[in-house]
Design a binder for this molecule. Structure first.
Ligand SMILES: Nc1ncnc2c1ncn2[C@@H]1O[C@H](COP(=O)(O)OP(=O)(O)O)[C@@H](O)[C@H]1O
Ligand SMILES: [Mg+2]
Length: 222
């Protein structure tokens, strides 16, 4: 299972959803890999891995960086979950990125990628790589807050997701069904914006004490 989580606007909740989903899959399947293309996952999952070697180092590697170096960069988290960090330096697509995609696609563990940058915005190398990942994934999840600006961006996005994860603030006008209808994409999950989730993340305890509301919301997503 190769799942990509992406957004069209920063702050939607992609990193939190990706971490919570990867953790749930690790618990259920015995192992999972969380791949961070944005660089926020060490803060989200509460580990000191900011300068950890990862995807960017491997992509930039010349002859000195072996194909299995990716596996050796992984940081073991908890419950069978491993983190492949973003790494240092720029991200870019290209021939080596194709190898990365093939490696992720044939990993026996469920793989969840936090695509990192919103798609359809600045056309950077990081965005091209995120787009390649989201296109290659077997499950492409757009994490979106159902406001007009996000919906408009999603309609103009360079790819169509296979499902939506709608992160909804209580009291807002538009809900998960509205987002699904406007975009013509099935709602895979609906998650409420909840202070308890934000506090758990701020305390670095998302994996240690996954909020029940978040777990319930993501139950059938992949
Ligand atoms: N379901 C939620 N409830 C409350 N706060 C959330 C929720 N999801 C994310 N957040 C908070 O919103 C902010 C942005 O989340 P993040 O996952 O980093 O977004 P993105 O990766 O899309 O930029 C963070 O402070 C995070 O803790
Ligand atoms: Mg993020």
């Amino acid at each position: 299972m190769f799942v990509a989580c992406w957004s069209v606007k920063g702050g939607a909740g992609v990193s939190v959803v990706a971490a919570a989903l990867a953790h749930r899959l690790a618990v259920e399947e015995g192992a999972a890999l969380l791949v961070d293309l944005g660089g926020d996952q060490p803060d989200i999952v509460g580990v000191a891995a900011h300068h950890q070697q990862g995807v960017a180092d491997w992509l930039a590697g010349g002859p000195g960086v072996p194909a299995d170096g990716l596996r050796r960069s992984e940081v073991v988290l908890t419950d069978g979950l491993a983190l492949l960090a973003r790494g240092n330096g720029p991200l870019h697509s290209g021939a080596r990125a194709d190898v990365l995609l093939a490696l992720l696609a044939r990993d026996p563990r469920p793989v969840v990628v936090d695509c990192g940058v919103p798609l359809g915005t600045v056309c950077s190398g990081a965005e091209e790589l995120a787009l390649a990942v989201a296109t290659a994934a077997t499950r492409s999840l757009l994490v979106i807050r159902p406001d007009l600006c996000s919906l408009r961006r999603a309609l103009a996005a360079p790819l169509r997701p296979s499902g939506l994860v709608v992160v909804r603030e209580p009291g807002r006008v538009l809900g998960a069904d509205d987002a699904g209808e406007v975009l013509g994409v099935p709602v895979a999950a609906a998650v409420e914006v909840d202070l308890a989730v934000a506090r758990t993340v701020d305390a670095g305890l998302l994996l240690a004490r996954p909020p029940r509301q978040l777990q319930r919301g993501l139950r059938h997503v992949a």
